[in-house]
Write a protein that binds this ligand. Structure first.
Ligand SMILES: [Zn+2]
Length: 439
């Protein structure tokens, strides 16, 4: 991991080279992009909330604040499930992103930044004639604090407690509500690292960024995910590239390696070659290149409408599925780890470590067959000197990209064979690729 080298102060070579190129390219405009006030605060064109780490002084304090409120917060919230699934470590040191999903009954479920559902309050399901608790489900910590008198003496086990991991459904929307943020990202990248933008051009574009004008296909489009323009990668990355296009500039925006946009800005690169910012989502530093050649396949007139829709969505689905698989795996491992650590600290009078682990896994709501599998794999991993919770997880089905923002369908169901074929919480992840711009 590069993180380790970076944290200890030994920067990897590519960071030193990129850092020098960033310093050489970073603009220091005399005033804010949108007004005549001094530019006096760091602006992350690609937000820190999704893992962006490249910033420049291009906005005044007022416009920095209004941009955050009007554009960045919605953008970050939209992509929070992916930030969570990839456990993206952000510049301020936090990892993942808490967000609210819904369970199958439509009730809100908070997904914690560690990637598993927040423990719900205790839910008393049965009481005896005296009003004492016969059966309840809920947070073990909460049950521990119950006064002994609250429990019915007639309950079979007094209280059957389990930590609930409710299934969760959520949608990542890529539609006209996101395109103003994409325009902002492209424009701020240009203004930060390519060239100054005339004030009248920036203020006109601000009308679209702020939502006053619709972001139609004249400015932002969602092209086919062509491998020559939007190369595949794992770990996933964000990538912004500005290419000269006559008296315009084409900025390609790739988010999470899966979501591709092209933005056509009415500003010239004045003979310079392509400029690229790459943020590998497992790295603590931005990569930066200049003189990036324009790929032949980059075509502003490439629109979703000219493609067969199955062909258009196929590469997007494939790349989203990989993120989903990764998210499922880390969510299941987080629950196994939690169970194992609790088992390690439990008193030895409750059997050996594997018996206690089995019991804790049951409390994590794994099914009996899964518990047997997880313990079996854990014992093998332990013999190999590995962490017992680092189990392989395979999803057999991926969520279908939903077509509308409202859709909560597309939650994955999976069969159980092989290592551990099961989606855990957060589940569903119907990443929405619908409503492509520029049709
Ligand atoms: Zn300003």
């Amino acid at each position: 991991m590069n993180n380790k080298a970076n944290d200890s102060g030994n920067f990897p070579e590519e960071h030193i080279e990129s850092g020098a190129r960033i310093d050489a390219a970073r603009r220091a405009p005399a005033h804010c992009l949108y007004c005549s006030n001094p530019a006096d605060g760091w602006e992350h064109g690609l937000t820190e909330g999704v893992g962006g780490r490249l910033a420049a002084y291009i906005l005044c304090r007022r416009h920095n604040g209004s941009m955050n409120a009007a554009v960045d917060q919605r953008f970050n919230a939209n992509f929070a499930p992916l930030v969570n699934m990839l456990q993206i470590r952000r510049q301020r040191g936090t990892t993942g992103a808490e967000f609210v999903a819904t369970d199958d009954a439509g009730k809100p479920v908070v997904i914690l930044d560690k990637g598993f559902a927040k423990q719900q309050r205790m839910d008393v399901q049965k009481r005896d004639a005296d009003g004492k608790i016969l059966y309840a489900e809920g947070d073990l910590d909460h049950l521990d604090k119950l006064p002994a008198g609250a429990l019915s003496p007639n309950g079979r086990n007094l209280v059957i407690a389990k930590i609930s991991n409710p299934s969760a459904n959520f949608v990542v929307g890529v539609d006209e509500t996101i395109t103003p943020a994409i325009l902002k990202i492209a424009l701020h990248f240009f203004a930060s690292f390519v060239d100054d933008v005339p004030l009248n051009v920036a203020t006109e574009l601000l009308r679209t960024i702020s939502g006053e004008l619709a972001a139609d296909g004249k400015i932002v489009r969602t092209p086919y995910l062509h491998a020559d323009v939007f190369a595949d990668s794992w770990p996933a990355r964000h990538e912004l590239t500005a290419y000269p296009d006559g008296d315009h500039t084409l900025v390609t925006v790739l988010l999470f390696t899966a979501y591709a946009f092209t933005v056509r800005l009415p500003v010239s690169m004045k003979g310079r070659g392509g400029v690229r910012y790459t943020q590998v989502l497992t790295e603590n530093f931005p990569r930066f290149e200049t003189e990036v050649p324009r790929p032949a396949a980059l075509d502003w007139n490439d629109r979703p409408g000219i493609h067969d829709s199955a062909k258009y969505y196929a590469p997007i689905k494939e790349r989203i599925k990989r993120i989903y698989d990764h998210g499922t795996e880390q969510a299941i491992r987080a629950r196994c780890k939690r169970a194992y650590e609790t088992a390690m600290t439990a008193s030895s009078k409750y059997g050996d470590i594997w018996e206690r682990y089995r019991m804790q896994l049951q409390l994590e709501c794994f099914e009996a067959a899964e518990v047997r599998q997880i313990v079996g794999i854990g014992q093998r991993l332990s013999r190999e000197g590995k962490a017992p919770w680092e189990i392989p997880v395979v999803n057999e089905e991926a969520p279908e990209p939903a077509v509308t923002r409202e859709s909560r369908s597309g939650a994955a169901r999976s069969r159980k064979t092989g290592p551990l074929h099961r989606p855990g919480a957060p589940r569903g992840g119907a990443p929405n690729t619908g409503g492509p711009a520029g049709l």
